[in-house]
Structure formats: structure tokens, C-alpha cells
Design a protein around this ligand. Sequence first.
Ligand code: SF4
Length: 278
Amino acid sequence: MADERVLLRQLQQWLTLRRQLLGPRAYVEMPQSSVPQETPQPGMPSSSPTPAHALGADHLLPRRDLPRVRMPEIRAEADLFSTLPAWQQSRSLEELYEHIHTCTACPLGLTRTNFVFGTGNPRAEIVVVGEAPGAEEDARGEPFVGAAGQLLTRMLQAIGLQREEVYICNILKCRPPNNRRPTPQEVATCRPYLWKQLELIQPAFILALGATAAAALLEREERISQLRGRPIPLQGMIMVVTYHPAALLRNPQWKRPAWEDLQLLRRLYDAYRQQAQQ
Ligand code: SF4
């Protein structure tokens, strides 16, 4: 038993090191100039799908016939030791919710009003990931239901998507007091729950709202100006990063670049669906 624990610790250290060494290489640069730009027309989704090769992204698009998201570190442990906790063995979002909705693994579990799991299509091709629940979300137990949530709904509608078509969740499931930024420790503690959600949903695309959400998924800090405007491969999916709706409410001058990000997501999504039908 003691040997197993030592081996497990060594494996975890190796996997952490491997992720640190290989993680950044998974980040494929795509020059902004290679992404076709369109004139913003709010409320008007792209009508004709752009072929993937025209986007310069055909080699990046997820494959519908291959499993995409896995929890690599945890799966490696499972394969070796079969010691997965019950929540990691969940086979549905409902089962996962039942396992984790009373979580107090970090201090936020003691101050939340409601656990905010996520809502939407459990088979969504697009998962929208924000940072953490705000006051309204904490009160109602649902993500993106305040003013920022209403803007998110309009942003999705502008590219021809309804909220019910996508899945919406946050990195953190509990509200940080006074909407403060989550600590790295809180992010690291809660992030595996998000990866399990993604593993169960198997989306092709992530729309990351804000640099904090993107950084949590990429496991490294980067400015949003360096992240937005291009497709970022992530665990077999494509991530598009844009501004958080709450930031857009405070900075309306960012709405135009956000619109361009949304159009990019729509074009990639159309190209992916077109490719999948061939
Ligand atoms: S934020 Fe996440 S890790 Fe922290 S208590 Fe809530 S569910 Fe658990």
C-alpha cells in the first residue's frame, strides 16, 4: 500500500512535469491575417459555411468520429491503479452533479449560497466556459443569468445559436465572495470537475469567456489580446477566446473584437459541420 502511494505520487509528479513540458507545444499559432474578416452585422449569422481549408484550419478541426476530451492525468492513474473516486466514474452529467454538488474541497464551498453546475445541451458541440458564478448565479444556482448572462444570450443569438443548443458552465462552481478573482488554488481544485463535464459532453468547441477562463483551461497565464482572434487546439477540441460579457458591459469598445471572435467561432463550427457531413 505504501509502495503504491509512493508510485502514485511519482506518477503525479511526472504527469505534472510532462504537462508543463508539453502543454505549451499543444498551442498552435495561427496568424490573425489568415482568418478572413467580415464586416460586423449584429444579429446576422454567417449564411454560407466557409470551407475549413479556406479558414486555414482544416488540420485543426476536431474529428467527429474520434473521442475528444479525456482527463489525461486522472485517466492514466485509473489505468494503472483503478482507484478513481466515484465522481470521476460518473457516466452522465446528472450522476456527476449528484457526486459533487455538496463539494467543500475549497473554501468557496463554505460561503456559496448555491452550487452552480452548468446548464444546456448535454450533447452540445459548443461549450461556453466562464470564470465563476456571480451574485445572481449564486442566488439562483444557474450560470449566466444576470445582466452578463443576458448579453451572452444575445451574443449567441447573433451567430445563430440558442442557449439551449450549447452547454454553459464556469471554471468554478461556487461564487468567490464579492466577485473577487478566484485564487490559483481554487481554480486548480475545481478544474477537474470541468474537465469531467467536458469528457461527458465531448464538445468540438470551447468558447472561453475572459482571460481567467482561458488561462484555467490552458494552465498558463496569457493576456486576452494574445489569446483572442484565433483557434486554439485544446485536448482534441478547438477553443476560441473572447471577452467576458461582464467586461463587455463595462467596455463597450470591445464589442467589435468580440463580434469578430464570435464570427470566427461560427465559421469554424460551420466548417466542422460541413466536414462531418462529407
Ligand atoms: S469551487 Fe469547486 S472545488 Fe471549491 S467548493 Fe465549489 S465545487 Fe468544490
